[in-house]
Design a protein around this ligand. Structure first.
Ligand code: NAG
Ligand code: NAG
Ligand code: CA
Length: 225
């Protein structure tokens, strides 16, 4: 066999399967049109090593008043390895390694809202940015390392690895522009993202997303600019 042809063949097959597996969701959102305990989206990350820092950004549009999940990253050991969660009463929590800090967010009428949560092991500092504005930052799990063997789920909140859903914690509404980095983005970068700019994230990229949907989830044009 020709040694020059083999790698080329291989490359073409690899890029084809990549193209099939990854979807550019720019301009789109996942819509969860009704409450359920069996509709969700699993995101498959590019995560090669444990995390000593991260930034997760996403956009959500809902008129729910009750608690609901924004981003649920579970491991076998910790269902809330990373969790961004609305607790009710405009309290949003970020959990790392099953430990939670709560941010009180002044929200008025329902509007598409941009969130970025950041955490870094070295300082233990957790930040929550809402529509480009920082909440007061807090201490969370200093020295911890986030495990990489994970299930990332949108729409439902995991109480076990890939399961343990509660319909009263499901998202009803739209979610999109989900990105995740393995470092803490600077305030300037978070502002750029909020204003519609993009960077190339390593772990999750909305412009090349590997995902699976289950149940009643629809992909539609997003309702925000
Ligand atoms: C949301 O819940 C709060 C407190 O439970 C209540 O005062 C408020 O009217 C609710 N808002 C809506 C839109 O249901
Ligand atoms: C929201 O936070 C406030 C202030 O910490 C607290 O009094 C309230 O009980 C919290 N509400 C929920 C639903 O967690
Ligand atoms: Ca949980």
């Amino acid at each position: 066999m020709n040694m020059e042809k083999l790698p080329l063949c291989f490359l073409i097959i690899m890029s084809l399967s990549n193209a099939l597996a990854q979807t550019d969701l720019s301009g789109k959102a996942f819509v969860f049109p009704r409450e359920s305990m069996d509709s969700y989206v699993t995101l498959i990350p590019h995560l090669e090593k444990p995390l000593k820092a991260f930034t997760v950004c996403l956009k959500v549009y809902t008129d729910l008043n009750r608690s609901y999940n924004l981003f649920s990253f579970a491991t076998q050991a910790h269902d809330n390895e990373i969790l961004l969660f609305h607790e009710g009463d405009n309290n949003f929590s970020l959990s790392v390694g099953n430990v939670r800090v709560v941010f009180s967010v002044p929200v008025t009428t329902p509007a598409p809202t941009h969130f970025c949560a950041t955490w870094e092991s070295e300082s233990g500092i957790a930040e929550l940015w809402v529509d480009g504005k920082p909440m007061v930052r807090k201490a969370l799990k200093r020295g911890y390392v986030v495990e990489k063997q994970s299930k990332i789920i949108l729409g439902q909140e995991q109480d076990s690895f890939g399961g343990g859903f509660d319909e009263k914690q499901s998202l009803v509404g739209d979610i999109g522009d989900v990105f995740m980095w393995d470092f803490v983005l600077s305030p300037r970068d978070i502002n750029t993202l909020y204003l519609g700019g993009t960077f190339s994230p390593k772990i999750l990229d909305w412009r090349g997303l590997n995902f699976e949907t289950k149940g009643y989830v629809v992909i539609k044009h997003h309702l925000w600019a």
